[in-house]
Design a protein around this ligand. Structure first.
Ligand SMILES: [Zn+2]
Ligand SMILES: [Zn+2]
Length: 239
């Protein structure tokens, strides 16, 4: 225990899993302590279809206006957290500063949602990065999230999907521009080995990336496609 207390921050591994990854205090079970859990921005009230956060007090099973007017190609999307502080900071730290020790804590949350919401899925599909971005970043955060999920559930990680177009960043684009930007961005190689794939990513914003990927998976023979991300950006804040 002394060793645990003396462990420097940012040095987390399986031996010191009792230390909360967010505040460095001793955690009471799990990788995020009770106090941090209480202040995390949970996505508790959401659209049954796209998972977008909705005003508290909505009855369960309610569908947002956007999904009522146009259903997305995926069956349902879920995100346990809202893309707000400190979740946004942690996701940026993973992606842009390679602080991958946060990944198992987020994967724990994803595993819980996966078990409770997606009984039917038969494969995990990390949203692929184009090879140039993969090369510069050195890793794909979606694949990193899938690894512990695969370990915990036995679901295979599908590697048949590629990002064949180097799309520009979605930041600052409106919905129509995002759609254009992502057209034909993904391709499945060979015969799809999954009937009910689950797309996994760090954050979902407009849902356009997941929609394009879902359409490609359906074109390739998937019966239904679902989406699981760590966080859901609020509609007003789509960065
Ligand atoms: Zn904590
Ligand atoms: Zn919706």
């Amino acid at each position: 225990m002394k060793l645990l207390k003396n462990a420097p921050g940012n040095l987390h591994c399986c031996h010191i899993a009792e230390i909360c990854v967010l505040c460095d205090q001793v955690a009471d079970g799990g990788r995020i302590c009770g106090q941090c859990r209480r202040i995390l921005p949970w996505n508790d009230t959401f659209c049954e279809c796209c998972g977008q956060a909705m005003m508290a007090g909505q009855p369960p099973g309610v569908v947002c206006f956007a999904c009522q007017s146009l259903r997305p190609p995926f069956e349902k999307a879920r995100a346990p957290l809202i893309y707000d502080f400190p979740v946004d900071a942690v996701i940026k730290a993973i992606k842009f500063r390679r602080q991958l020790w946060y990944v198992p804590a987020f994967a724990d949350l994803l595993r819980r949602t996966l078990t409770s919401e997606f009984a039917q899925v038969d494969a995990l599909v990390p949203v692929p990065l184009h090879r140039w971005r993969h090369m510069t970043r050195g890793f794909n955060q979606a694949t990193e999230l899938c690894r512990p999920l695969h370990k915990a559930t036995g679901l295979p990680i599908m590697t048949q999907v590629d990002r064949i177009r180097a799309t520009s960043a979605q930041t600052g684009l409106n919905t129509a521009e995002r759609k254009r930007n992502l057209k034909n961005a993904f391709a499945v190689s060979g015969k799809l080995k999954s009937r009910h794939p689950l797309i996994v990513d760090d954050v979902i914003t407009t849902g356009e990336t997941c929609s394009q990927l879902a359409m490609e998976l359906i074109r390739s023979g998937a019966k239904s496609v679902s989406v699981l991300t760590v966080a859901r950006a609020l509609r007003a804040r789509q960065d």
